[in-house]
Design a protein. Structure first.
Length: 234
């Protein structure tokens, strides 16, 4: 597989505890914004790091990367977000990242996230904006593919297998893309598709291989059943 060949060439390309650092920095950004706005200060750290194509072309190139630290809340109104929701979202990001790293290792997780980041950047440059929402969704989809039968507690009381959450998230994403296309909101469709392209790159070949193998199995089974019926009839 190409990922193993790449690892042999650049084994140094890895960031230990990648999602932990992303979660910590995103949390710090959120609390800085919270304190700043509580003091009626118009400046927020989020406003300095979010993805804006015009500002990037104007020289603020750090925004190409720093937008991944925007917390899961509104860039312009972090006080309107529930702090419990923010903390749970960041913990879940760390949780799924740790799960992926334990299976893949630091190198593959770093490549997966970096690939998604590159696609998100390209999508942002095409449509003018980008955010880490779909990029983080690609992490969850990978987690669901690797841990399909793991149960998580929804609202702390309802156990749900991760695969069902993965299916639901995929349907929401697909619906978002299709509805955006019908509504001629090309930017939304492009941004959503580009941000999860890393998942398609990593898991698409396996999905199609599994589907072909399943079809072959079903065909062989049906052929065996037909052959058995014919032999009984004869």
């Amino acid at each position: 597989m190409w990922i193993y060949k790449l690892e042999r060439k650049i084994p140094w390309f890895k960031i230990p505890n990648l999602t932990l650092w992303i979660a910590i920095i995103s949390g710090l950004v959120y609390f800085f914004d919270l304190v700043s706005m509580a003091q009626n200060n118009n400046f927020t750290l989020s406003s300095l790091i979010y993805f804006n194509r015009d500002l990037i072309f104007g020289g603020q190139i750090w925004r190409l990367v720093t937008f991944i630290f925007i917390p899961p809340s509104s860039v312009f109104s972090p006080l309107g977000s529930n702090i419990i929701f923010i903390l749970l979202s960041l913990y879940f990001l760390y949780f799924i990242g740790t799960g992926l790293e334990s299976v893949w290792g630091e190198f593959k997780l770093t490549v997966y996230y970096t690939t998604g980041l590159i696609f998100a950047i390209l999508g942002g440059l095409l449509v003018g904006h980008s955010n880490p929402t779909f990029l983080n969704l690609s992490l969850f989809l990978a987690f669901a593919a690797l841990y399909p039968d793991l149960s998580v507690m929804i609202f702390f009381i309802i156990p749900v297998k991760v695969k069902w959450l993965g299916y639901f998230s995929s349907l929401i994403l697909l619906f978002s893309i299709i509805s955006s296309l019908f509504a001629l909101r090309w930017s939304n469709a492009v941004a959503a598709t580009m941000a999860v392209a890393n998942f398609l790159l990593f898991f698409g070949p396996r999905f199609f291989t599994d589907m072909i193998n399943k079809l072959k199995y079903l065909k062989s089974r049906q052929d065996f059943i037909n052959k058995t019926k014919n032999s009984w009839q004869n």
